[in-house]
Design a protein. Structure first.
Length: 201
């Protein structure tokens, strides 16, 4: 069964949340999100093997867009607001930083004050990214917990054996190409979102 997790960078506005900040603050972590063809193949084979084609009863598999479900929760909405604040603040710092970078690339020598400003801006960008990443993770935590519980309940009520994240299992660059086609009837996202929105605040 899938578990709602913090989304990776590059998702749509409904895609949240913390990893979009973390991937910017830590390029090495962003690189780790890319799945190599070998790892993808091995993972796909393991999942297909787990479906148990030889079993008498067919395995019931459905899909859900966990990030859309998270965004439907009040905590998800709050985290999205923080993400937008982070974007505005970081872009302002990067704009100042880029001006100095352009001068350096143009062969100009920075004064000592400008060099100090350059280092301050670089430090500030990383600090702001990490601060917002921590805040977003804390704010979105209730949404993650609620979405995971709703998915578990729906799976048990309907006898689903496996729930896959439609984004992660879908096509690249957001997914790993595990599933290239699935009937829309297998998408339980609307039901999950309805249940999430019906939760008591």
């Amino acid at each position: 069964m899938t578990r709602a997790t913090h989304p990776a960078a590059g998702h749509s506005p409904n895609s949240a949340l913390p990893n979009a900040i973390l991937a910017t603050a830590h390029p090495s972590k962003a690189a780790l999100l890319k799945t190599t063809p070998l790892k993808t193949t091995v993972f796909a084979l393991l999942v297909l093997a787990s479906l148990g084609f030889a079993q008498d009863a067919p395995t019931r598999v459905v899909f859900v867009d966990t990030q859309a479900a998270i965004a439907a929760h009040p905590a998800g909405e709050a985290a999205a607001g923080l993400q937008e604040q982070a974007r505005v603040e970081i872009e302002a710092l990067n704009a100042d930083l880029q001006g100095l970078i352009d001068r350096i690339n143009g062969g100009q020598q920075l004064s000592q004050e400008e060099q100090a400003r350059f280092q301050q801006l670089r430090t500030a960008v990383v600090a702001v990214q990490e601060r917002y990443a921590t805040q977003i993770q804390e704010v979105v935590a209730p949404a993650l917990e609620a979405v995971n519980e709703v998915i578990r309940q729906i799976a048990e009520e309907n006898g689903y054996d496996m729930v896959l994240d439609s984004v992660v299992a879908g096509p690249e660059p957001r997914g790993i190409n595990l599933v290239v086609f699935a009937r829309t009837q297998l998408d339980i996202t609307p039901l999950v979102i309805e249940r999430v929105r019906a939760l008591e605040p």
